[in-house]
Design a protein around this ligand. Structure first.
Ligand code: GLA
Length: 682
């Protein structure tokens, strides 16, 4: 297994004549490609009719790649069932909330609970493992593709049956289910599990408990199919690390639960160049993925060299941006960057999606960038095994996301991702490195906890968070936190439930503000900032009021309250403070001070992240701006990209990158060692 960084992309040779394959491989070598994902959508080519298999072409492709020293991430083709399958077994097609069945003609047109789909998916995966599983070119197993991407929920009768069994296992009795879902409201009480349905179309607001459990169930149903594939693949080649490509903040799947099943976590990331926050949001995506399984390496399985073709209007990446954004992932700990796809297709729905090799071939300007990056990454050995360490964690859970966006919320425009971005973006711009953490995981290594709207929190999760504060941590906890338990049932009393020890005032009610409305906030020193979107209506208790609402009908109400708890402290934010308000909070917390790097004329800052090995700190500096930027370094060092020594400062050209190596003065702490590089684990 290579000790350098993985570089490559999806390779779909079945779209081309064999004569093209040889050119592909020759050019892959020129570009420094060392890993390609093969077979993702090849079911119809591997099994042209039911039980008639053709693996000859795949074996030939694997041989060519193997001979060229290019590793293969071998994918199962189960995300796109062939036409014979859905024609013969129409119950394998998914059904929407209104009962309409999807048709063939695109991809992901399968029902994960359909016995026919499950049987046939299992058969093709088994056959793949039997036919080519022992091929020496295989470096990685890639189960399926982007589970739950286009059809996250199916509402068919197979799902109804499976949902009932899942509920029976979870609750045991129908009374327990009734209590959990609060079915005394609107006469929804069940007398038997057989009366329960998926949350199909209803006249008005559905039962929130049913919705929440359907999210949980659907994530588990896909996971079960994944596990079925994993079992077959691991039986064939236990030595080969296995992954499936995630999609960062994808709402339908609880990736914390999924990531435990991965040898290597991987993600697909397509930031929108038209969004001014896309670089920062992309960083947030990578910080999440790095955090999902803290003992597994992670890679970018897909990104694009320039444009996608599936948004309304698809802006390209600017020259240099593909390289800069690849380094963003690497800076945040990735052990590889791959792309969709190697060669731009001639036909099909994604023929105008950019690729490593464009329609114009090597004459395309992107090719030079591809080759340059490939060359640099073959020399990545010195930093490839280093890892990112964060002393701040943002608390995040999928059940909270599912519940907080329920249609019964007092503000349907309260979006979990907006809440995360509100707290994350200012930290990105001050180069403070943030992990994500599940509320129930050990938090002892984090000095600061960011807790944006943890609406659903269990008693155990809250105790875990509170105890970190008690033992010296600092929490920054926002409005609409500690509101409901795991069944989406309200904790009575002033809001906050088991998180109340961290809220030094009484939250008596909530007041979402009209769109665009702001209120003034006055701080203890008389300074005024603004806030918007939401107010918790509070009464003073025992905390220190740092700021109050200073305009509108709720003027005087505490807005920011500091509580000392044990040896730690908690800042409670009862409203969405503006950037200046957040700056005041973050400046007060040592772990959040970061290294502020002033934004350029285009609003972009120089991104700075440190990867550490026992002997070195590698300071990654990425200038996302469209102009040169002078940056101050952590100290003198050596830029491994340019091969130049640097003193304490340097100028980065537009979209320029430096990786400055610094000696670490402190001896490595016990147990601190380099992470496995290049997916060498597993
Ligand atoms: C996803 C899929 C790929 C391709 C790209 C296009 O990531 O996995 O097959 O469709 O999107 O951006």
């Amino acid at each position: 297994m290579t000790s350098s960084i993985f570089y490559g992309g999806d390779y779909n040779p079945e779209q081309w004549e064999p004569a093209v394959w040889r050119e592909d491989i020759w050019l892959m070598r020129e570009a420094g490609v060392n890993l390609v994902t093969v077979g993702v959508f090849s079911w119809a080519h591997l099994e042209p009719t039911e039980s008639n298999f053709d693996f000859g072409w795949l074996r030939q492709v694997l041989d060519l790649l193997g001979e060229a020293g290019i590793g293969v991430d071998l994918a199962t083709p189960t995300a796109a069932p062939p036409p014979w399958l859905t024609t013969r077994y129409p119950d394998a097609l998914p059904v929407d909330q209104r009962g309409a069945r999807y048709s063939h003609g695109s991809r992901q047109h399968f029902c994960v609970c359909s016995p026919s789909y499950r049987r046939l998916a299992s058969a093709i995966v088994q056959r793949l493992a039997d036919e080519v599983g022992d091929h020496q070119a295989i470096r990685m197993w890639h189960a399926h593709n982007e589970y739950a991407c286009h059809v996250p929920y199916c509402y068919c009768d197979h799902h109804a049956v499976q949902f009932r069994s899942w509920l029976q296992r979870r609750y045991g009795t129908v009374d327990a289910l009734n209590n959990a879902w609060g079915t005394s409201f609107w006469s929804q009480r069940f007398s038997d599990f057989g009366e329960v349905t998926p949350p199909r179309m209803t006249p008005t607001l559905p039962n929130p408990g049913q919705l929440l459990d359907y999210h949980r169930f659907s994530s588990d149903a896909f996971l079960e199919e994944f596990q079925q594939e994993k079992e077959v693949l691991k039986r064939a080649r236990p030595d080969v690390p296995l992954t499936t490509n995630f999609m960062g903040f994808h709402k339908a799947l609880d990736y914390f639960a999924w990531a435990r099943e991965m040898d290597l976590v991987s993600t697909d990331n397509y930031p929108d160049p038209a969004d001014p926050d896309s670089t920062a949001l992309s960083a947030m995506h990578y910080d999440l993925v790095r955090s999902l399984n803290k003992s597994a390496p992670w890679i970018v399985m897909e990104q694009t060299t320039s444009r996608v073709n599936w948004r309304e209007h698809n802006l390209p990446k600017a020259p240099g941006q593909m390289r800069a954004l690849s380094y963003q992932a690497l800076a945040r700990g990735a052990t590889g960057v791959l792309f969709f796809q190697w060669r731009a297709s001639r036909a099909g729905a994604e023929k105008f999606h950019s690729a490593l090799l464009s329609h114009a071939g090597t004459a395309s300007p992107i090719w030079d960038e591809v080759v340059t990056l490939g060359k640099e990454l073959t020399a990545a050995e010195p930093w490839a095994g280093s890892r990112v360490r964060a002393s701040t964690a943002m608390i995040f859970s999928w059940p909270n996301w599912w519940a907080i966006e329920s249609p019964s919320s007092p503000a349907h425009d309260l979006r979990m991702l907006d809440q995360l971005a509100w707290m994350y973006l200012p930290l990105y711009h001050r180069s403070a490195t943030v992990d994500f953490a599940h509320p129930a995981e050990p938090l002892g290594s984090y000095d600061a906890l960011l807790i944006p709207s943890l609406y659903l929190v269990t008693e155990e999760e809250a105790a875990n968070i509170v105890s970190r504060v008690e033992t010296g941590g600092t929490a920054i906890l926002s409005y609409w936190s500690g509101i409901v338990d795991q069944h989406d049932q309200v904790y009575l009393g002033p809001y906050g439930g088991p998180l109340r020890p961290l809220i030094g005032c009484d939250v008596l009610d909530v007041a979402p503000l009209a769109a665009g409305d702001t209120v003034e906030v006055e701080w203890a020193d008389g300074t005024r900032t603004t806030a918007g979107f939401w107010l918790d209506l509070t009464a003073e208790r025992d905390g220190e009021v740092l700021a109050r609402i200073a305009s509108g009908p709720w003027a005087g109400s505490p807005a920011v309250v500091l509580t000392r708890y044990g040896t730690g402290s908690a800042y409670y934010l009862g409203t969405r403070l503006d950037g200046e308000g957040m700056r005041r909070i973050y400046d007060a917390v040592p772990a959040l001070r970061g290294a502020v790097s002033p934004a350029g004329p285009d609003g972009e800052s120089v991104e700075r992240v440190v990867r550490s090995s026992p002997r070195h700190d590698f300071e990654f500096l990425i200038n996302h701006a469209d102009s040169d930027r002078k940056v101050t370094l952590a100290g003198p060092g050596y830029d491994v990209l340019s091969g130049q020594r640097t003193d304490g400062a340097m100028t980065l050209g537009r979209r320029g990158v430096a990786i400055v190596r610094h000696e670490r003065s402190a001896r490595p702490a016990a147990g601190e060692r380099d992470a496995p590089a290049g997916g060498s684990q597993g």
